[in-house]
Design a protein around this ligand. Structure first.
Ligand SMILES: C[S@@+](CC[C@H](N)C(=O)[O-])C[C@H]1O[C@@H](n2cnc3c(N)ncnc32)[C@H](O)[C@@H]1O
Length: 203
């Protein structure tokens, strides 16, 4: 029995994926989340990918309950593998969630977070994310997005311009979108665009 269990755990850990960008961006993102997600509550993460962000943020922000999700089964296995290793009481098992779906498998959250998703998915996923967050979130609650954006239609770095080209070459439906200020959010969502103070440019 014990041997069977350890084999199961080994198989499960093999599912754990590593996304190199996470090690670079997780602490700058965490610094902003400390500001944006100061109050206790449940955070719904859309497109959790490997699950490394979920573990890092749930560990650093114990006042929050973290709900990871991803539409991809391999990603969900990876999230579960990282979570099994981390054993955090405030990290929930991953759910299957496609942001573009009209109905989400979650009915309550105090914040929605999505990192590096909307540029690498059809635009319907971005629209679905806005609509879903608006359906779910109480007034004044944050939808926090992180990713490579254009500001006023212009790339903010040459590397982002090259990345944009490579995205469009892989799938014409993918692209770095222009900053959310100019998004046409679904009518009546009541969402309001703002930039966390930590992200504001001082020049
Ligand atoms: C570049 S990865 C980012 C993963 C993770 N957030 C990170 O930063 O490492 C993009 C993720 O978006 C997910 N994704 C793609 N289309 C989606 C959709 N329609 N709804 C929700 N997630 C989606 C993919 O399965 C993948 O896990």
């Amino acid at each position: 029995m014990a041997q069977g269990l350890s084999l199961l755990m080994a198989a499960s850990f093999d599912s754990a994926l590593t996304a190199p960008a996470v090690a670079r961006n997780r602490d700058p993102i965490l610094a902003v989340l400390r500001e944006v997600l100061a109050a206790p509550g449940t955070v719904l993460e859309i497109a959790s990918g490997s699950g490394e962000h979920a573990v890092h943020f749930a560990s650093a922000l114990p006042q929050l309950v973290w709900q990871p999700t991803d539409p991809d089964a391999q990603a969900r296995r990876s999230i579960a593998a990282h979570a099994a290793q981390a054993r955090l009481p405030n990290l929930l098992p991953p759910l299957e969630l496609d942001a573009a779906a009209a109905v989400w498998p979650v009915t309550q959250a105090d914040a929605v977070v999505s990192i590096n998703m909307i540029h690498i998915a059809p635009w319907a996923a971005a629209e679905g994310l806005l609509a879903g967050a608006a359906r779910l979130l109480p007034a004044g609650s944050p939808l926090y997005l992180y990713g490579p954006y254009r500001e006023h239609g212009r790339h903010t770095a040459p590397s982002n311009a090259a990345f944009d080209e490579s995205l469009r070459a892989r799938d014409p439906a993918w692209a770095c979108v222009t900053s959310t200020r100019s998004w046409r959010s679904p009518r009546g969502t009541g969402l309001r665009y703002s930039v966390p103070s930590r992200c504001r440019r001082t020049t």
